[in-house]
Design a protein around this ligand. Structure first.
Ligand code: ZN
Length: 445
């Protein structure tokens, strides 16, 4: 550990971000956490990637250019002592060694980026998407999953908005994403308690801080454990400090995703009485799903926790803690059952048509298949349509790469429906934005 710490204190950080709001916010959070963990870490440079310098006549690129300029001044202000480098977006992925060399000289040597435009190798024609309706919410609970920044919240809000327009059932959206953005999309402050949005009494939104929820849960258990390991035994004060330390350590190394799982249970409890539909905007990692796949993992963790107590059975040890952990496991099994059986739960996945292998989404989809939770729909967000790209060389190239991704996707058999959401030249927010996005949808298969 000492060596590891040493290695970190001799290191320099390079932060890579794009100009999008969510990416900038996440970058700030990430650096803040890194510094808290290790104050000697030095942020050497910030690379603002995928920059569009001038938009020309293209509405999409013009918007990107404006965002890029704003991001530059934001980053300069936020990280004044770090170097700031820009990487331009050529509209295609940089893959060859010579391409990488040129890109490196462009980013760190400040040379203009001059690459020969690359077209995708497999130019299998993608079928022309056909117009489609936004899907209905058939189940009581819908999970929306996808990696960070793909537009999970936008899709969640659009699903809810569409449901409110087409049926009478009340809709509740709840985000358990540690970086929630329901505020932005509904243009109003959203907190722990459900709030009506868009002036609709039956459309409510809330954001649950899953990490805080989890910390409280741990703190409560810890308290129980503490009081159980310090006690009077036949009039003698007994302090099992070794056990206590062991337990504390175990509580610190909880399986990733447990916070989200707790948040999901909490939501389900809180809303047990509502007759309406629930949409859960998940955290980007998918750890929760992985954890739910194997309630055994929750069990083996809790067994370790309890085992160290078992040696002292004679003392009134941590009974409540044991009960709570057992309860957690039972609920995980129940939820898994609900996933598998009826139409009680369904899932929607969201991704971007990124040309480079998207392993995170692949892993998430594979996880869903294992869970027999194959999404009832996969949304591919921000797809550039040929008509929108006519006058722009960069967008035309990007569209070409996107369609090679779409061609591969439409061959994917496990996903029932693949929907395509058009790339809008404006940010989706408020009634106006949600009307625009729900007014059109396209289907690939
Ligand atoms: Zn363009």
């Amino acid at each position: 550990m000492e060596q590891l710490r040493q290695a970190f204190s001799d290191s320099e950080l390079f932060l890579v971000t794009t100009a999008e709001k969510f990416a900038l916010n996440e970058s700030v959070r990430c650096i803040k956490e890194a510094r808290e963990a290790n104050p000697s870490l030095r942020l050497k440079a910030v690379v603002l990637n995928r920059v569009v310098r001038s938009g020309g006549k293209c509405n999409f690129c013009k918007k990107k250019a404006t965002a890029g300029r704003a991001a530059q001044s934001f980053l300069r202000k936020r990280f004044p002592s770090a170097e700031l480098h820009l990487g331009e977006d050529p509209g295609f992925p940089i893959m060859s060694t010579s391409g990488l060399g040129d890109f490196g000289e462009h980013v760190f040597g400040g040379k203009p980026l001059q690459l020969d435009p690359q077209l995708p190798k497999s130019r299998s024609r993608v079928k022309v998407p056909i117009p489609a309706e936004w899907p209905e919410l058939k189940s009581r609970i819908s999970f929306v999953i996808g990696k960070g920044g793909v537009g999970k919240t936008t899709v969640s809000a659009a699903l809810g908005y569409h449901a409110r327009r087409t049926s009478r059932a009340p809709v509740e959206i709840c985000s358990v994403d540690p970086a929630p953005s329901l505020d932005d999309i509904f243009e109003t402050a959203i907190g722990d308690a459900p709030t009506s949005v868009l002036g609709d009494r039956n459309f409510r939104a809330s954001e649950l801080d899953s990490i805080a929820l989890f910390r409280n849960w741990v703190a409560e258990i810890r308290e129980e454990v503490d009081s159980a390991t310090t006690s009077e035994y036949s009039g003698v004060h007994v302090d099992l400090s070794f056990e206590r330390q062991l337990l504390s350590a175990l509580l610190d190394i909880v399986p990733p995703g447990l916070d989200e799982v707790l948040a999901i249970f909490r939501i389900i409890d809180l809303r047990a009485s509502t007759a309406g539909k629930m949409i859960i905007d998940m955290a980007p990692t998918g750890h929760a799903l992985e954890l739910l796949r194997m309630p055994e993992r929750i069990v083996s963790w809790s067994r370790l926790l309890l085992k160290s107590l078992a040696a002292h059975r004679k003392l009134a040890l941590a009974r409540n803690a044991a009960v709570r952990i057992a309860e957690l496991e039972l609920r995980a099994r129940e939820l898994l059952q609900a996933f598998r059986n009826s139409g009680e739960v369904s899932t929607f996945a969201v991704m971007l048509p990124e040309p480079l292998p998207d392993r995170e989404t692949e892993r998430l989809l594979a996880e869903m298949d294992h869970l027999q939770l194959t999404p009832c729909a996969l949304f591919v967000n921000r797809v550039i349509f040929a008509n929108d790209a006519k006058s722009c060389r960069r967008c035309k190239l990007a569209a070409e790469w996107q369609s090679s991704v779409l061609a591969k996707l439409s061959n994917r058999q496990s996903v029932t429906a693949v929907f395509v959401i058009r790339n809008f030249p404006f940010e989706i927010a408020g009634s106006k934005g949600l009307r625009a996005i729900t007014n059109e949808l396209w289907r690939l298969n």
